[in-house]
Write a protein that binds this ligand. Sequence first.
Ligand code: SF4
Length: 495
Amino acid sequence: MSKLRAAARSGRGLQQGAGEGRKSPRRCRKNVSSHKGMLPPVSAQQSAYHLFSHPAEIEAFRKNLLAWYDKCKRDLPWRKLAASESDANRRAYAVWVSEIMLQQTQVATVIDYYNRWMQKWPTLQALAKASLEEVNELWAGLGYYSRGKRLQEAAQKATGVVDGNVIRVLCRVRCIGADSSSPAVADRLWDLANALVDPARPGDFNQAMMELGATVCTPRAPLCMECPVKQHCKARCRVEKELEFASRRLLGKAASSCSQAPDIEECAATGSCSLCLPASEPWDSSLGVANFPRRAAKKQPRAERTATCVLERRGPRGQPEYLIVQRPSSGLLAGLWEFPSLALGPGLKEKQQREALLAHVQAWAGEAVARGRLRHVGEVSHVFSHIHQTYVVYSLLLGRDPETASGWRDEMLERPAFRWVTQAEFQKSAVSTAMKKVWKVCERQNCEGRGSGQGCKRKRGADPSRAGQRKVEADGSLPPRQLSLDAFLKAPAGE
Ligand code: SF4
């Protein structure tokens, strides 16, 4: 926690920000510069053109940015907490959680998750005691699940981040066009951020930088005219020079000696500078300031197919229950729960898919299941950051409780953790958005199976696989049947 407090004091990473669509966190440099605007020595491949080298300019940058921030900042829950919380540790923690949740995620989406998280784990110590299962449950639906896991793991470490909004602003104000995700550029961005941060108001300064990136210096349509630091912005300066030259040419004022576009690249080390735009992807006038930042081309997500089975049994009270199994503790969707699923190799025919899936779920079924009993429900697409996943969805209704079948226990020893859940329990479990889509496709198909004339708008708590039959209660149990008039008039036995 002392590290967290130190980070909060220095403003080194705990930016109390509210940016949107954050990029991945950057690692924090061990040796940071002081707040007096002094930067570490620049390597031979990096020109001072990309840095802030004059203390007066740094002062002016801070002053302009903070004046704008004081006037224009948005009212957000993590800001309220940061402003009202007197304990520096709790304040830093509140900001840190918001930072992580806001990576790659819109503010509007985060607010509800953030409020619930802070209610459940108001301190770092509370989070450190939480189980991964609890974290995953609360995080379910927010995406990029490793963030929740890492938050919990880092509860004792807590380092800072330079987020995507700050990267964008810094790359623009200093014309840094090299791959911003590369370690060398990330290090330089940390240096810049640390040199600029206002020692008197570090939290506000960092918050203001992110606010600027989220609301003014946006990725595609930056509002440069409204920008409080435009006079420090080299990307903006470059655009203005180009515009000026173009208008002079239009008016015929360009001197014959100046009929070519002026050399407006001011980096003295152009060509050999490791921070400039790469020669292979030079400045594109149509992009303007959005030439910065640059990132290495993203790989296309690879296509994968997975067969998944919604396996249903009757629970002890006759209520429908569904099998979910836990994913491995590392890798994609680590530790989350899902319907039994099986990655499909390329080129498998439908019959082969069924056979493979049936073999996979056979142990849980606890009985011999004929291939024809697997019902094909449909397909669900879900795009993860690097995988375009298609789930081929099947359902299987078991005739009896599989756990009463002989050999059940022996079979299950080889299996990952699993549990049978009601519909209500499924919704509360740590399941991914993709699995909720699988559930919905089952629900929709069952609804269609009933016939469109019967009205398929389902109420909360309804059991999708039993469409057309009795609805279940919120806890998954079946309500008592309504008695017929005859049965109603007949006195119950014993009375
Ligand atoms: Fe961003 Fe434009 Fe401001 Fe430069 S002037 S920091 S590009 S908004």
